[in-house]
Design a protein around this ligand. Structure first.
Ligand code: RB5
Length: 148
């Protein structure tokens, strides 16, 4: 699995924790930045990650900002992206099983490091169930193509 990851200044430290985790697990990833905690605009980082996942270059993405909200709003503007803002283990699991979420958004100012890493692990391990959920995913895709 190839992961695209990025943050803004508000998520920079958790990005480093997650890339350490991915390295330890032998999971391939690309860090789309930023390279420091200097203030940046989260859409500038959500966009490249979302496009890289939508075009198939990367299998999944992880985006971290202060709340996760800005990143999730921005990523979900890119057709083909189903970005889930997650701050608990239950929804980390179920958003993969039911929504086939392809980007995980997290808020560094919202949850502690231990929970955050467990969410990342849960989300990476969980699989889409397909079946009745596929037609719902298809209906989301229809919303992208015909203005609802
Ligand atoms: C940056 O201060 C903050 O607004 C950003 O990290 C994020 O929380 C936006 O949704």
């Amino acid at each position: 699995m190839k992961i695209a990851i990025a943050s803004d200044h508000g998520g920079f430290e958790y990005k480093a924790k997650i890339t350490e985790f991915l390295t330890a697990k032998g999971i391939e990833f690309k860090d789309f930045g930023p390279a420091s905690t200097e203030s940046v605009d989260y859409p500038d980082y959500a966009g490249p990650v979302a496009r890289a996942v939508a075009n198939g270059e990367y299998d999944r993405g992880i985006l971290i900002c202060g709340t996760g909200i800005g990143m999730s709003i921005a990523a979900n503007k890119v057709p083909g992206i189903r970005c889930a803002l997650v701050h608990d283990v239950f929804t980390a699991q179920v958003t993969r099983e039911h929504n086939n979420s392809n980007i995980l958004a997290l808020g560094q100012r919202v949850i502690g490091e231990g929970l955050m890493l467990l969410i990342v692990k849960t989300w990476l391990d969980a699989e889409f169930e397909g079946g009745r959920h596929q037609k719902r995913i298809d209906k989301i895709a229809q919303l992208e193509s015909c203005n609802g």
